[in-house]
Design a protein around this ligand. Sequence first.
Ligand code: ATP
Length: 234
Amino acid sequence: MLKVENLSVHYGVIQAVRDISFEVNEGEIISLIGANGAGKTTILRTISGLIPSSSGSIRFLDKDITKLNATKIVAQGLSQVPEGRHVFSGLTVMENLEMGAFLRKDRKEKSESLEEVFQRFPILKERSNQDAATLSGGEQQMLAMGRALMSKPKLLLLDEPSMGLAPIFIQEIFNIIEAIRSQGTTVLLIEQNANKALSIADRGYVLETGNIVLSGTGAELLASEEVKKAYLGG
Ligand code: ATP
């Protein structure tokens, strides 16, 4: 479904991503894990068309999307939930969700998606007229995920969805990610919470200073001594 080949990304003279290749198959949950600064966010933002690559290619559903802009990439069925949520404050929960469907024209389909999002996140229905800025961190994460789902993506990219959340919300977010996948949306997840991210992943990749240094099934990586030492606290 998504095929990244020999991708490199620079910020000026700094090379943040070094010639990496990986793929995501339809129906999978794939986790990219790595320490601060390993290049995880850069990879997601490059796939989403928010940062240009310096070399390599990104194919999505057999189409080369390497040079497409972010809006065109969303239109292909790929949607990103950014790190730190970035809900639109000053807009209500409902208005935030409507923004997620900005490319969709069919009103009936849009309202069906809204119903699905409200079923998945009942709290968003309860709070639909409230300013998004007044939601708790966990609720904002749900809103950001709901907003991305409003574009009816085939592939959802999640950037550190558990960051800064209380443990009870973290478990809920991971449960929701599994539920989203079981309803047919493929997921590419980046996380510092390696334990949780690998527990729900079919496969995963470990990033260090812009390189993929290890890959395997979620279970293989959880059992790997290298991963245990570096990312699972021994
Ligand atoms: P974190 O988990 O801390 O967000 P990350 O794995 O997502 O880390 P990136 O944010 O992709 O890592 O950063 C990769 C490297 O690129 C880091 O060395 C970072 O300092 C650098 N970098 C990121 N954004 C910029 C930028 N706008 N300008 C210059 N360097 C940047």
